[in-house]
Design a protein. Structure first.
Length: 469
């Protein structure tokens, strides 16, 4: 119990307070003693209130011991209470959202008060009023508990002083209850209460807190499932980022750089850039349909298959057909992928395309920008797809660019999807100023993002630049 009052100290203090309060109440010095014995004997009143205060002391100190034992056990085990687990989803919520929970509890807590007021309205005074006030105190305690737990400062204060606040409040409540009960000693007991009335009252008092707790427990279950899903998604995102790290390659006459930015935690774009030998480089950019967790898994599978295929075959010939067959064999057939692939060998480039954006070829010094797009269905669409290649002559200084549709399909100031020509204009303006593969790729990405009027990035963006040196 570090930084908290010790149990022995609290017990001693509470006992002394109980003795003093009992004496003051019994002697009438506090003006609250409504107990009038038949014989005018003040010692009888003092004895009664000393006994009543002693009972309140025993009950409150016993509660203190139980709370202390529970607190020590929880601190030793590192556990948190069920109520704290139930409210944990709201700890990061905004002030208005937490106030909304408190307001909901207050509204529900008012139902037993209204029910008791209506059911017991016909009782002789003061029983109807008494029962209604008791229900109101119950509702107030319920709202107070939820308020304390939901707000950080009040929760921290309560955690520090729980072993004092709860028993002391209970002691005061018992003394006041004794005092008020004595004022009713000459009042006839309530009549006219049926079993049906009792059932309605008991049901309304019990049902409300249980119902609130069940709702919050269900919310906790949903929160736990969401948290687990987010953890898995975060792990998948971290794994995918290993595949989507910026790629850089340099061979005897070729330089290359590729980068990718996912629109969500898990994206569908992928890129590949590596040397086959000192004179040949293979580059590929793909886009799996959708932005789901499944799309990310398919993306990872395609990258791995591409790496394995090129490692053992040493050529992209037949790669598209292999990936197409693999996607066609997937149980979930509504996922497909587009892909563009380049093999650059010195003075020539071989291009394959599976329903992807065209390859851009920029030639210096005339500054022409041409599109290269061999025919080919997207991967996973049909087993009759033909992925024929096209060979393109390459001169020193020529630049080849692979990219995904996320760089093209951005929005203008009117919220409309831009045409592909707008992207090509941006690319050409960058190529006229830059000659480094990395600066070209980064500049194109920055230009596109700066001109995008979308509220958020709608699609993954990938670009890969090769240059014949």
């Amino acid at each position: 119990m570090n930084k908290r009052i010790k149990t022995s100290q609290f017990g001693t203090i509470l006992f002394i307070i109980a003795a003093i309060v009992g004496y003051l109440l019994g002697s009438g010095l506090l003006g609250l003693n409504v107990y009038q014995p038949a014989v005018n004997d003040s010692s009888f009143g003092i004895g009664f209130w000393m006994a009543a205060s002693g009972f309140a002391f025993l009950f409150s100190f016993g509660l203190h011991l139980l709370l202390s034992k529970k607190k020590v056990a929880m601190e030793a085990s590192g556990d948190i209470s069920g109520d704290e687990r139930m409210f944990e989803p709201f700890y990061g919520a905004k002030m208005g959202e937490r106030l909304g929970v408190v307001a909901s509890v207050a509204l529900l807590g008012s139902l037993p008060v209204l029910t008791i007021f209506l059911v017991f309205a016909g009782l002789q005074p003061p029983w109807g009023k008494l029962f209604t006030i008791a229900a109101g105190i119950f509702a107030l305690i319920l709202v107070s508990i939820y308020t304390v737990i939901l707000f950080r400062k009040s929760r921290e204060f309560y955690d520090r002083h729980e072993l004092i606040i709860v028993p002391t409040s209970m002691y005061i409540f018992l003394i006041l209850t004794f005092n008020y009960a004595l004022s009713l000693q000459n009042v006839p007991p309530p009549v006219g209460i049926s079993w049906g009335d009792l059932f309605i009252v008991i049901y309304s008092v019990i049902a409300i807190p249980i119902g609130v707790k069940l709702i919050l427990s269900a919310n906790r279950t949903i929160f736990d499932k969401k948290a687990r899903a987010e953890d898995e998604l975060q792990f998948a995102s971290e794994v995918q980022q290993q595949f989507l790290q910026d790629r850089c390659v340099k061979s005897e006459h070729i330089k290359g750089f590729g980068t990718s930015v996912a629109a969500r935690q898990v994206g569908g774009d992928f890129l590949y850039l590596n040397k086959l030998d000192n004179r040949s480089v293979v580059a590929a950019v793909g886009d799996v349909s959708g932005h789901s967790f499944g799309s990310g898994l398919i993306m990872s599978m395609l990258i791995t298959m591409t790496e394995d295929y090129l490692q053992f075959r040493k050529s992209p010939v037949g790669l598209m057909e292999t990936l197409n067959r693999k996607l066609l064999n997937q149980p979930k057939r509504n996922i497909f992928a587009t892909m563009g692939c380049i093999r650059l060998d010195g003075d020539r480039a071989t291009v394959w395309n599976a329903g992807h954006m065209p390859v851009l070829k920029y030639s210096q010094p005339d500054g022409t920008l041409i599109r290269i797009k061999p025919s080919g269905f997207a991967l996973g669409m049909t087993n009759k797809a033909d992925y024929s290649s096209v060979e393109v002559p390459i001169k020193k200084g020529d630049i080849l660019i692979l990219y995904s549709d996320g760089l093209v399909e951005t929005r203008d100031e009117h919220g409309e999807i831009r045409a592909e020509d707008d992207f090509h204009s941006n690319v050409k303006s960058v190529l006229e100023k830059e000659d480094s593969c990395k600066r070209i790729a980064n500049s194109v990405m920055e230009t596109v993002l700066a001109d995008d009027y979308s509220d958020f990035t709608e699609d993954d963006m990938t670009i890969l630049v090769l240059r014949r040196t």
